[in-house]
Design a binder for this molecule. Structure first.
Ligand code: NAD
Ligand code: ZN
Length: 255
């Protein structure tokens, strides 16, 4: 009987249009906490304080948002991609990767070597800031500099609108183009690999189902259970950074 790692390696070897779907769990080994694990971001902050409606509601709420977000961004700036991100980038070099659909906002897939055009960021990026009114985009470092100089709630240079990191908060509409593209790619792939996502945030969590319904194989690599474990062809309950290098090594040996 092959082990789950051998089974996952065989599926990758046999596939040519792989969609990798990632969540916060792929970045925990880089040092960015996820939301829902013990010690995760939601054990420190109350999620209801950071909804989009709250952000719009008052200057105090916005100030609090920027404080939390600055803390998150400082962490993002100080970390590097880990072995799991590098393994995903290697799939692209092998010509097997159709795209990465990520819920992450940390930019680590691109930093690991995935080309930007193959990374679909469903929840936006923490590396940019945008104006909620005129949609002008700013480099995040530029705005962080203003904040460290004492501007607690930054505003747009052009229209004085509210600036917010270019991420999708709870209560904010999902980006249409990215969501449609991700649905489309999920329906076309021959293998769908989930790495480090609890698969509870919609509509992102419906993508493994779409892939499976269209006949793709499904591999789930996640430390905790997910609602779709019973549908997976291969289920690995382990750390992504530990298992993915071993899986890639086997794929190389098969190639
Ligand atoms: P989540 O917190 O709901 O789930 C993360 C899952 O990853 C958990 O089930 C956990 O068991 C698993 N996990 C943690 N470390 C792992 C590891 N090393 N190897 C394998 N599995 C591991 O996160 P989610 O599903 O991504 O959804 C929540 C939201 O969190 C997303 O919308 C995302 O935007 C946001 N988020 C992003 C970052 C980031 O960009 N790095 C960090 C925190 C939260
Ligand atoms: Zn503006």
């Amino acid at each position: 009987m092959p082990t789950p790692i051998e089974m996952a390696s065989n599926l990758i070897f046999e596939s040519s249009r792989i969609v990798v779907f990632t969540g916060a769990g792929i970045s925990t080994e880089s040092g960015i906490p996820d939301f829902r694990s013990p010690g995760g971001i939601w054990s420190k902050y109350d999620p209801s304080d950071f909804t989009f409606q709250r952000f719009l509601s008052s200057e105090t709420a916005r100030e609090k948002y920027w404080q939390m977000s600055t803390e998150f961004y400082n962490t993002v700036k100080s970390v590097k991609p880990n072995a799991a991100h590098l393994a995903v980038a290697e799939l692209e070099k092998m010509g097997k990767l159709d795209c990465v659909i990520t819920q992450n906002i940390d930019g680590l897939h691109q930093m690991a070597g995935c080309s930007a055009k193959r990374v679909i960021e469903l929840h936006g990026t923490a590396l940019a800031v945008s104006c909620l009114d005129c949609h002008k985009r700013y480099d995040r470092d530029l705005i962080q500099k203003r904040i460290s100089d004492g501007d607690r709630v930054p505003r747009c240079d052009v229209c004085n609108g509210l600036l917010k990191p270019a991420t999708i908060s709870f209560g904010q509409t999902m980006p249409e183009k990215e969501t449609a593209e991700a649905m489309h790619r999920s329906a076309q792939c021959d293998l769908f690999i989930v790495i480090g996502s609890s698969l509870v945030v919609q509509p992102a969590a419906s993508m493994p189902l779409i892939a499976k319904e269209k006949g793709a194989k499904l591999v789930i690599i996640n430390r905790d259970d997910t609602p779709y474990d019973h549908l997976a062809d291969v289920r690995i309950h382990d750390s992504a950074g530990a298992v993915l290098p071993e899986i890639l090594q086997r794929v190389r040996a098969l190639s």
